[in-house]
Design a binder for this molecule. Structure first.
Ligand code: 1DF
Ligand code: MN
Length: 352
């Protein structure tokens, strides 16, 4: 039963989280034993605790379900298809061998589910950047054998950022297979998280955006897109703030490079703003508010902005209604909800 009226487009939600019961138990174990060095992780996942809140119970129930409650929630909210991704921080908190094995087993699990519900689900592959060469191999397996449509990385991996060349085999694999890489948020790295946590700002409220925007900006100014000019990135949350900054980033970056003020800020073939406009797509996950969505539409283009709900974290029927009511032409609204995702991720076409 849908409380949302049907629309002349498929609603494809492009940043939808899930998790296996096994991975959830491993997160709980990390919280109990304080076995990793990541204050942000404890803030994000510790709240489930021994006497979880109503919100935490609902989240925990929804995130581990793929074929029961989730499908009913999708029907109720008018969501035709979810693009699934393992929830943050995925397998990036484990040692390399554990993370690599878990990436493969969760990708298998997701692919089985997609095969049973090919019109309702598609998905992106999890990888463990802790072992970049194994991650590149898993991308190849996930795309060629499991038919997954791209890759998700949840920002920093144990405090390390993908602009470090040791990770670049991952970009090479994405570019060679021509699949997008979704840089999904994580809590700020251990180096930067404290001033966020002490005011409750570490997570989706703001810390995610600072961490993830910084991460992608680091990649751009490091020259990742000179080396991999066809690499396609996806960012959630209307681009994690970066679209708003493009003018000033370009202005200041030119000066920093010309004055040779920083060893790590190299001359680029294109300005950071050009790279962003040409190599990055954004979803509106969690930003169901017309002004930032329309701003992205204006500065990035109608073919660059995609719908996402961010299930199970933000399941709000009024937000779907608000996005249905965006002041866009019928053609642009169909691009936003449906055809941009179909093209970007090369989803199998379905009748509307
Ligand atoms: C939250 C939000 C958690 C998002 C997420 O993954 C997440 C949250 C752990 O509200 O705690 O993906 N989000 O993308 O906004
Ligand atoms: Mn998300």
């Amino acid at each position: 039963m849908s409380t949302i009226p049907p629309a002349p487009y498929r609603r494809i939600a492009a940043e939808e989280g899930w998790c296996t019961p096994e991975l959830m138990r491993m997160y709980e174990r990390i919280v109990e034993t304080r076995s990793i060095n990541d204050p942000g992780f404890y803030s994000l996942w510790g709240f489930f605790g021994t006497s979880p809140s109503e919100r935490a119970r609902t989240l925990k129930d929804r995130i581990q379900d793929l074929e029961g409650r989730r499908l009913r929630d999708m029907d109720e909210h008018g969501i035709d298809m979810q693009l699934l991704m393992l929830t943050a921080p995925g397998v990036q908190v484990f040692d390399a061998a554990t993370g690599t094995a878990l990436a493969a087993s969760t990708n298998d699990h997701m692919a089985d589910t997609i095969r049973r519900h090919p019109t309702r689900f598609d998905g992106l592959a999890a990888v463990a950047p802790q072992d970049p060469q194994a991650a590149a191999k898993e991308i190849e397996r996930a795309v060629n054998q499991l038919k997954l449509k791209g890759v998700v990385i949840n920002s920093h991996t144990q405090g390390e950022y993908l602009d470090d060349t040791k990770f670049w085999d991952i970009f090479a694999a994405c570019e060679a297979l021509d699949v997008p890489l979704y840089i999904h948020p994580n809590t700020p790295s251990p180096q930067m998280v404290e001033p966020f946590l002490s005011r409750g700002l570490g997570e989706a409220i703001y810390g995610f955006a600072c961490e993830t925007g910084l991460h992608v900006l680091r990649m751009i100014v490091a020259g990742v897109f000179d080396r991999f000019p066809k690499l396609r990135l996806v960012l959630g949350h209307c681009g994690e703030g970066l679209p708003y900054w493009l003018y000033r980033i370009d202005f200041m970056h030119g000066g920093i490079v010309r004055a040779n003020r920083c060893e790590g800020a190299k001359p680029l073939q294109r300005t950071p703003g050009e790279v962003f406009r040409q190599n990055v797509w954004v979803t509106n996950s969690g930003m169901c508010w017309a002004p930032p969505v329309m701003y992205c539409h204006q500065v990035l283009g109608a073919d660059r902005v995609l719908y996402a709900m961010d299930y199970p974290y933000q399941v709000v029927a009024d937000e779907v209604r608000a996005m249905d009511a965006l002041p866009l032409s019928d053609e642009h609204k169909k691009m936003f909800f449906q055809t941009n995702a179909e093209r970007l991720f090369r989803l199998a076409p379905q009748s509307a």
